[in-house]
Structure formats: structure tokens, C-alpha cells
Design a protein around this ligand. Structure first.
Ligand SMILES: NC(=O)C1=CN([C@@H]2O[C@H](COP(=O)(O)OP(=O)(O)OC[C@H]3O[C@@H](n4cnc5c(N)ncnc54)[C@H](OP(=O)(O)O)[C@@H]3O)[C@@H](O)[C@H]2O)C=CC1
Ligand SMILES: CC(=O)[C@@H](O)[C@H](O)COP(=O)(O)O
Ligand SMILES: [Mn+2]
Length: 396
């Protein structure tokens, strides 16, 4: 029986994780649930799953939850950074699902890695901000990091077992690997007339053709910043050199990524676009469990197609690839700028195409800094957020 803590329990990945757990009740126990401020959702989860701990980052949400829980509930409600650290590092915590959205996920995810836990990593932003330190820390602590992001999970499944065991420091060439082919759908605006892109609304941007996800990652898919963040994520997970990683647009999201070997073989991982598959894979690795996902029906899929990304349509993808080349300062700044810009777009403050402009401006003014610790990274993240907010003000 694995005791699991779910960071981001009230979100899309949180729900899929709980669904896989419910399918396999003898193997997993909900030990702790973590969210920010969604009291009603957390209350319902506590009543259903009866975790030992429910942690709300927002203090007033924690107080409300405490007041609403039925008398005699087994769940202890906590709040505050110390309690969150205690939960992810608790001796009874075996596995941490890291699925808080954005930079807010970095500290608890990193703490779990430092404590040597089994960490199922959905929160790609943590790696974009701190990839080098994160993977070095995992190696030093003996933590097992397993990639939940569908593409990275697919790549992981297509690697030989010796490379899987060396996540973060594998020598791809020594394993006979020529390229990692990172697939992306192109999002809802793959075919949209370029002249109308600036008028696209948050509802249109969140209307992903294949995946049902939270709002931030949905907008990132529409700009293809998601693929850019994933490019950086892959760089750290699989220790790639610049010429080993390629982005391929595959609008059907049936192939979740591929590994191309020196001998001409290409190994692809396929499945319905349903996050329960990679989540179940990580939860049970190296075994397999029932994820509750329909088998892929190739007759229904019919056709698979592929094309090259067009950087004039998706400038955010190019910015992320450039930032990856520049290093950790650039990727931290880009991630922070993008979070602020996406939030402003979702709030109706800026246009869809402004997201890329704000990101580009922030990348033009990266402060001189040395990123030796998570504290340094968070400081740079804060500075970049201020720059992005000023850029938004300047637009209005
Ligand atoms: N959805 C998907 O299919 C995929 C998601 N991912 C990654 O997984 C992560 C989660 O995505 P997704 O589930 O879609 O996001 P959602 O928006 O659906 O959920 C976000 C979760 O994070 C919590 N949260 C938000 N802000 C904070 C904060 N400051 N402190 C603590 N918790 C917070 C939310 O709590 P509350 O409800 O209280 O606000 C919620 O539980 C992202 O990093 C995303 O890139 C990767 C691949 C696929
Ligand atoms: C499900 C998942 O892993 C998302 O990151 C997904 O990849 C988004 O789709 P895009 O390929 O459109 O970015
Ligand atoms: Mn993905």
C-alpha cells in the first residue's frame, strides 16, 4: 500500500489521480490532499477519501474547511509553509503527486525531492525554473522522479531500462538514441487565420481539441508555450543536447512522443488522450495497473498526421527554445513572465497575441544573477513578475 500526497488535489491532474486511485483501492491510500483556496472541492474530497491531512495554502480557506468538516472527521486541516513541508517529508508519505500549477508548485515539490520521496512530476514549471538543481538534488537524495506530463511519460516509456534508471543524467547517444521527438497538437489555433489571432478569447483559447485541462496549461497549449516549457522539461529529464530534441506537430494527440534510434527505428508511445494513462504508469511503475481508460481504437482514429511548427504562428515556442539555449536564468524569467501574461489574458486585461510580446520583453531584460539555491530562483522569479506587470501596464 502506497501512502500518497496529492499537491493540486482539486485540479484536473488531481482529479485524474484520484480516479486512478479509486480504481486500485488495495494499492494506494490518500494520505494528504493539498490545494490553494477551493474549499468546496476540498471538502467533498475529504468526505469521499478521508485523508489524514488536508492542507490549504490560503489560510482563510483552511479555517473555512475546518469549520465545514463533519464532527469526528479523521482529517486534520493544516496551513502554512512549515506544515506543507512536514506533510511532503512525513515518514508516512511514500509518494507525492506534484500537480500544483505554476511556480507555486516548486517549493513543496523540491522539498519532496530533497526528502528522497517517490515524486510523480506533473508540475513542469518546477523543472523549467530549477531543472539543474532539481535533478542534481534528486540524484543526491535518491528520490525517484517519474514524469507524468504525457509527452515525457511517453519518452520515458520509449527509453531502454538503463536510461530510465538514469533519469537526469543518461547518455542518450550511448543508448543508441539519435533524437527525441516531442509531439504537440498545435492547440485550438493551429489552422486559425493569423490576422484574427489577436481577437481570440480566453474561452476559445481554453478549448483544446483533444485534452481537458486546467486554464493555464490550456492557454499555454494555444500559444504553444506549453511545448516550449516541455522542451525545457525534456532537456533536464533526459539530459538532451540541443540537436537531440525536436518538436513535431501531431494534431490528433494519439502518439504522445517518440524516440528515434541510430539504426532507423522509431519507438512511439500511443494511447487515447487521457492523463489517467501516464498517471497510472507513474503510480505503478515498473508494474502496470488498470487506469480506467478505454483502449485505443485505431479504426476510429483513422489517420495520424504530422507537420513542422510555424514560429510565426507560435512565437512563444521559439522564445522557449531560445531561453533553453541561454540557460536557467532565461527559463526562470520566461516562466514567470508567461504566468503573469497568461493570468492577464484570462482576466481580459490583454490580447492573446500580447502574451508572446510580454514574454519577449521580459527575456530582453534578464537581471545579472547567480542561481545557486531555490531562494535565488524565487527571487529572480519575483523580479521577472514585476517586469511583466510593468509591461502589461505599458500596454494599457
Ligand atoms: N491538466 C493536464 O492534463 C496536465 C497538466 N500538467 C501540469 O500539471 C499541473 C497542474 O495542471 P492542472 O491540473 O491542469 O491545473 P488546474 O488549474 O486544474 O489545478 C491547479 C491545482 O493547483 C492548485 N493551486 C493553484 N495555485 C496554488 C498555490 N498557490 N498553492 C497551492 N496550490 C495551488 C489548485 O488549487 P485550488 O483549486 O485551490 O486553486 C489546483 O488544485 C501544471 O503544472 C500543468 O502544467 C501536465 C500535463 C497535463
Ligand atoms: C496532456 C498533456 O501532457 C499536455 O501537456 C498536452 O500535451 C497539451 O497539448 P499540446 O500538445 O497541445 O500542448
Ligand atoms: Mn504535455
Amino acid at each position: 500500500m502506497q501512502n500518497m500526497v496529492i499537491l493540486g488535489a482539486t485540479g484536473s491532474i488531481g482529479a485524474s489521480t484520484l480516479s486512478v486511485m479509486a480504481n486500485n483501492p488495495a494499492e494506494f491510500h490518500v494520505y494528504g490532499l493539498v490545494a490553494n483556496a477551493s474549499v468546496d472541492k476540498m471538502l467533498a474530497l475529504c468526505i469521499t477519501y478521508q485523508p489524514e491531512y488536508a492542507h490549504m495554502v490560503d489560510e482563510s480557506a483552511a479555517m473555512q474547511l475546518k469549520a465545514l468538516l463533519p464532527q469526528g472527521s479523521v482529517t486534520q486541516v493544516t496551513t502554512g509553509a512549515e506544515a506543507l513541508n512536514a506533510l511532503v517529508t512525513d515518514a508516512n508519505t511514500d509518494t507525492v503527486m506534484a500537480a500544483i500549477v505554476g511556480a507555486a508548485g516548486l517549493v513543496p515539490t523540491f522539498d519532496a525531492v530533497k526528502a528522497g520521496k517517490r515524486v510523480l512530476l506533473a508540475n513542469k514549471e518546477a523543472l523549467v525554473m530549477s531543472g539543474e538543481l532539481f535533478m542534481h538534488t534528486a540524484r543526491a537524495s535518491g528520490a525517484t522522479v517519474l514524469p507524468v506530463d504525457s509527452e515525457h511519460n511517453a519518452i520515458f516509456q520509449c527509453l531502454p531500462t538503463n536510461a530510465q534508471a538514469q533519469l537526469g543524467y543518461c547518455d542518450l547517444a550511448a543508448s543508441g538514441i539519435a533524437h527525441i521527438l516531442l509531439t504537440g497538437s498545435g492547440g485550438p489555433f493551429l489552422q486559425t487565420d493569423l490576422s484574427t489571432l489577436s481577437a481570440m478569447t480566453p474561452t476559445q483559447a481554453c478549448n483544446h481539441p483533444n485534452w481537458s485541462m486546467g486554464p493555464k496549461i490550456s492557454v499555454d497549449s494555444a500559444t504553444m508555450m506549453n511545448k516550449g516549457l516541455e522542451f525545457i522539461e525534456a532537456r533536464w529529464l533526459f539530459n538532451t543536447q540541443a540537436d537531440q530534441l525536436k518538436v513535431v506537430i501531431h494534431p490528433q494527440s494519439v502518439i504522445h512522443s517518440m524516440v528515434q534510434y541510430r539504426d532507423g527505428s522509431v519507438i512511439a508511445q500511443m494511447g487515447n488522450p487521457d492523463m489517467r494513462t501516464p498517471i497510472a504508469h507513474c503510480m505503478s511503475y515498473p508494474q502496470r495497473i488498470n487506469a480506467g481508460v478505454e483502449p485505443l481504437d485505431f479504426f476510429k482514429v483513422g489517420q495520424l498526421s504530422f507537420c513542422e511548427p510555424d514560429f510565426s504562428r507560435f512565437p512563444c515556442l521559439r522564445l522557449a527554445m531560445q531561453a533553453c539555449e541561454h540557460g536557467q536564468e532565461a527559463t526562470t524569467v520566461l516562466n514567470a513572465a508567461n504566468e503573469i501574461a497568461v493570468e492577464a489574458f484570462l482576466n481580459g486585461q490583454i490580447r492573446f497575441t500580447d502574451i508572446a510580446d510580454i514574454n519577449a520583453r521580459c527575456l530582453d531584460s534578464i537581471p545579472q544573477t547567480c542561481l545557486a539555491s531555490i531562494g535565488d530562483i524565487l527571487q529572480l522569479d519575483g523580479q521577472a513578475r514585476m517586469t511583466a506587470m510593468s509591461a502589461i501596464k505599458a500596454l494599457n
